[in-house]
Design a binder for this molecule. Structure first.
Ligand code: T5A
Length: 200
């Protein structure tokens, strides 16, 4: 697809949302389309309430399908039309989150559906698991259902991300996210510059 599809991934508190916001400012003149998962449209926001804040017990595979259903709707409504129109799309989490959390950490068999566009570049923000969780405590964020999982669970997520990045070194840009917000942003822009130049 034309356009440029950029995704941000990483364990809890790795600074994805912070970097997405800094990137939105840096690319403002190009009017990028910004999305977050789960969410970004009506179905996604409703599913977000169920999977992250619902009180019910969720089967792990059912949870995976809920995340993926939200994603497919977002692809159809927002991501695919924007990319077809040559726009830049920036996603705060995408299908690699399902591969890492539901696949890697929960052990559900996962694949990449052929109807889900592959990102041109995926930034994997890498921080030690405990460091990321501490950032969320300091930020005063009330943990959701997935964030409330054990530290071992979050280590399995981080290990799964490492395996995904190793398997696709061309797509993944693995960044040390323990530096300052500005340092990480500079590294993001450095990696993106050739792609932005190619876009014109
Ligand atoms: N999930 C999601 C799945 O299990 N499967 C899926 O398929 C999908 C899509 C989403 C949850 O759902 C799960 C994963 C998640 O558990 P969410 O509420 O959308 O939850 O939150 P997350 O995406 O996990 O984002 P977080 O809020 O956990 O953290 P971020 O976005 O990584 O971090 P950010 O930018 O909010 O920063 C956190 C704190 O750190 C500070 C910030 O100021 C903030 O206070 N910070 C830094 N401090 C120092 N140095 C830096 N470089 C910093 N960068 C940020």
């Amino acid at each position: 697809m034309p356009g440029l599809f950029i995704t941000f991934e990483g364990p809890e508190g790795s600074g994805k949302t912070t970097q997405v916001e800094l990137l939105a400012q840096a690319l403002a003149s190009r009017e990028p389309v910004m999305v977050r998962e789960p969410g970004g449209n009506e179905l996604g926001e409703r599913i977000r309430e169920i999977v992250l804040y619902g009180a019910m017990e969720l089967d792990a595979e059912a949870e995976m399908y809920l995340f993926m259903a939200a994603r497919k709707q977002l692809i159809s409504e927002v991501i695919a039309p924007a990319l077809s129109a040559g726009q830049i799309v920036v996603a705060d989490r995408y299908h690699d989150s399902t591969l890492a959390y539901q696949g890697g950490a929960r052990g559900v068999p996962t694949t990449w559906p052929s109807t889900f566009p592959r990102p041109d570049v995926t930034f994997l923000l890498s921080v030690p698991v405990e460091h990321g969780l501490e950032r969320l405590v300091h930020a005063g964020k009330k943990p959701d259902r997935v964030e409330s999982e054990s530290v071992e669970f979050h280590h399995r997520v981080a290990d799964a991300y490492d395996r995904l990045a190793a398997a696709e070194p061309k797509r993944f840009a693995r960044l040390d996210a323990t530096g300052s917000k500005e340092q990480v942003h500079l590294a993001v822009m450095e990696r993106l510059q050739p792609l932005l130049d190619a876009l014109g």
